[in-house]
Design a protein around this ligand. Sequence first.
Ligand code: KIV
Length: 269
Amino acid sequence: MTSKFEKVKASQLLTMKETGKKIVMMTAYDFPTAQILDEAGVDILLVGDSLGTVIQGHETTLPVTLDQMIYHAEMVTRAAKRAFVVVDMPFPYCQLGPDEAVRAAARVIKETGANGVKIEGGQDRIATISAVIQAGIPVMGHCGLMPQSIRKLGGYKIQRNPDQLDNDLQSLQENGVFAAVLECVPKQLSFKMSQKYKIPLIGIGAGKGCDGQVLVFHDFALWAAKEPQELPKHARVYVNLHEIILKAVQNFAKDVRSSDFPSDSESFD
Ligand code: KIV
């Protein structure tokens, strides 16, 4: 690991893979959360378009706008002293072709100071991904389950096509992505792909054979109006903030109603 305030670089992620050090990645959407994750030594902060579901309460990530991504990413980059910050390209900029994608990715980098962008897609989106990389913007790929293509994929399903994944990763590596997320892929397949490709593969629902793992902060902290059993099978709850905050707010309401709050020491003469 680098010293606390030495910024993680894309080249270091490659070295981590080569030396067998697992990469830790989490989503962050605001300043205080990003500050804690950075202090804890998370290597990559992802400003995921999952904010559409966990922050905005939508059913999918599709409604999230570019301006919203920039708004959240700017807070996260300001907090990140060490972590490498990656911002999701929201639907549909990369689906509209290379010109739209380069313009949008350039706005993300210029207006937020992030270190790179993440683009969903493989072989069939490679012209767009390549154009963004040619524009000097580091790109992280995202294969397997791609939430922006949820209508085409027919739902949030495990992606089991080995040839498709192999072709996607081959194209991504050849065109210069610095890493890729593998989402909802059988563990034997992602292990094989991690062995085959040089770029770091960061899994979510892809087993422990990947070069690193990413967890959505709001799943990690149960920071949503969800029961643990409603979370995806691959998510692990490390702290139940829903329960902690619910109890604290109930205590606050009780103290207000009984005139226990504010006390004299919490008031001014
Ligand atoms: O948007 C997001 O949070 C993501 C992760 C699931 C990898 O893309």
